[in-house]
Design a protein around this ligand. Structure first.
Ligand SMILES: Cc1ncc(COP(=O)(O)O)c(C=O)c1O
Length: 282
């Protein structure tokens, strides 16, 4: 049994409830964030809470907790789940109850859910994975709102094509990001990732920082027709970390195997997160 924080109380997971009239339920209006722990230390908690606050600001949702209060609640929730080896943490701030169903009243509910970390298949990392592109874009993409309709829809499409992720593509065929991941490409010694109209991933930020002195970094749009010139492709996210991509739709990348630079990054990442868990990296 896991313990969740909900609206001022710590309760058993099965007893965590929000009112059916909350506009997160009725309208998909709310925000959330997601992070994992390394050696039980929440990874870049301050950055995740700052992003939650920014997500709320961007959709006009008032939060009644300071960032420090939210961070302290996350830490206490983790302490109340000592049976987890590592945790997935979801922080959700709902829109609250609204008399007319569309006008937020500033009475949203804060929830923090800690669940055991979910392990992903090893072959994603050793063999690389397939992703697809979808002609869709997220609404207010810099905000991690609870409206993930496009993600649920696109993921169904991806799974139907033996792919693990779908990447959003603009009307003028620029790739943006995956449903829950950011996208990177290596072209020679240059590392390219889209600059805007995306969620600024915390993993993306750390990867850019770790690699800034090793490669020429270009924050720019990636036209779909340029993909066949890319030597290596990978996606990043808190739970998935770094996943090598070996196929995009019908295009095979790097002969169908993870490239050397991506494999090198996986090692750098493992070293960094190990040090982070020991409190030796910030
Ligand atoms: C749309 C979207 N892009 C990118 C990411 C990756 O962000 P992070 O590295 O902070 O997990 C996520 C995470 O869920 C996401 O939902």
């Amino acid at each position: 049994m896991d313990t969740y924080y909900i609206d001022g109380e710590f309760v058993e997971d099965g007893h965590a409830m929000i009112p059916a009239k909350d506009i997160t339920v009725l309208r998909g209006y709310g925000v959330f964030d997601f992070l994992i722990t390394y050696n039980k230390r929440p990874f870049h908690l301050d950055a995740h809470v700052a992003r939650l606050e920014n997500s709320a600001r961007e959709i006009g949702l008032t939060l009644n907790h300071s960032n420090k209060e939210i961070s302290d609640i996350v830490l206490e929730t983790l302490e109340r789940n000592p049976h987890h080896t590592e945790s997935n943490v979801r922080i959700v701030y709902t829109g609250g109850i609204s008399p007319d169903g569309v006008t937020p009243q500033g009475n949203g509910i804060l929830m923090v859910m800690a669940t055991p970390k979910y392990e992903l298949p090893d072959w994603w990392y050793t063999d690389g994975a397939k992703i697809i592109t979808v002609d869709m874009e997220r609404f207010i993409p810099t905000s991690k709102s609870t409206n993930y309709l496009s993600a649920v829809f696109a993921q169904q499409k991806a799974h139907g094509q033996d792919a693990i992720e779908a990447v959003y593509k603009t009307k003028d065929n620029h790739l943006l990001e995956g449903t829950t991941t950011n996208l990177f490409c290596f072209k020679g010694e240059t590392l390219i990732t889209p600059p805007d109209n995306i969620l600024p991933g915390i993993t993306r930020g750390v990867v850019l920082d770790l690699l800034k002195d090793r490669y020429d970094i270009q924050l720019r749009h990636i036209p779909e027709q340029e993909l066949h010139e890319m030597d290596e492709v990978f996606i990043t996210a808190s739970n998935k970390e770094i996943v090598p991509v070996v196929r995009i739709d019908d295009l095979v990348i790097n002969g169908g195997s993870p490239g050397e630079k991506t494999k090198d990054l996986l090692e750098t990442w493992a070293g960094y997160t190990r040090a982070y868990g020991l409190g030796e990296a910030g």
